[in-house]
Ligand binder design. Structure first.
Ligand SMILES: C[S@@+](CC[C@H](N)C(=O)[O-])C[C@H]1O[C@@H](n2cnc3c(N)ncnc32)[C@H](O)[C@@H]1O
Length: 226
């Protein structure tokens, strides 16, 4: 979810109050015992626990995967495997999820958790650069893409995601508010996310819904005929 701040002394804004976030958490069902374990491990044993999506967003991703009937999912930015597992757990038997991670340490941790999941056979971790990996995937075969890696490449991830998505497929882009920094972008990551949001907004191939959940989730549907 939250990556470490880079490029300048700019503050991070909490979009909802701590009270509202806590209330939302308390009124959202937990995920599997394994996901609870991934969360506990990430919070206590990794350098950047703020990158974890967590229960509320995990539940949202899972619901989107279920409601859309997704069979082919691509998860960009594995970290410790939370978003990948949250969505893979609701894939049908013949469903597949590809998750992409370039950091070998993160990939190793995630693989350890994937191995223990009943959904392990449906998950493929591709270790490497996300953009290069996306370019190897075929046109029009993916049902859902979750974008949650480096902000500088969000626009490129979007273009590749539109290519690999089937008509009616979904893109969910995390950190679309970038902790409020998109309102007055002053550093490279903030400018990249703001430019991404504007690019999506003007793309006639897409239907858009901008949610202020957590740090902002841009929900994008590829139009039929696009
Ligand atoms: C915010 S974390 C992902 C959080 C994860 N989706 C979750 O649910 O907890 C972003 C991850 O993307 C990875 N990443 C950043 N840039 C990347 C790139 N160019 N290619 C592949 N992975 C990248 C980082 O190493 C990090 O593990």
């Amino acid at each position: 979810m939250k990556e470490e701040p880079s490029g300048g002394p700019y503050s991070f804004m909490d979009i909802a109050s701590k009270e509202a976030e806590g209330y939302a958490l308390a009124h959202t069902s937990p995920l599997s015992a394994l996901l609870e374990e991934v969360e506990a491990f990430t919070l206590t044993s990794t350098a950047y626990p703020g990158m974890l999506t967590g229960r509320v967003e995990g539940r949202f991703l899972r619901l989107m995967a279920q409601l859309s009937g997704a069979r082919q999912i691509v998860d960009i930015g594995t970290f410790t495997g939370y978003s990948a597992l949250a969505m893979a757990e609701v894939l049908p038997e013949d469903g597949r999820l590809i998750t992409i991670e370039h950091n070998p340490e993160h990939a190793k941790i995630a693989q350890g958790f994937f191995k223990r999941s009943p959904s392990s056979g449906r998950i493929t971790l591709r270790q490497g650069d996300a953009l290069e990996t996306l370019r190897t995937l075929p046109d029009g075969k993916t049902d859902l893409v979750f974008i949650d890696a480096d902000k500088q490449n969000y626009a490129a991830y979007y273009q590749e995601s539109m290519r690999i998505l089937r008509e009616g497929g979904l893109i969910l882009a995390d950190n679309a508010l970038w902790y409020g920094r998109v309102f007055d972008p002053k550093d490279d990551d903030s400018r990249a996310v703001a430019a991404f949001n504007d690019m999506v907004n003007s793309d006639t191939r897409a239907e858009k819904l901008f949610l202020t959940v957590r740090d902002g989730i841009y929900v994008i549907r590829k139009r039929t005929g696009a």
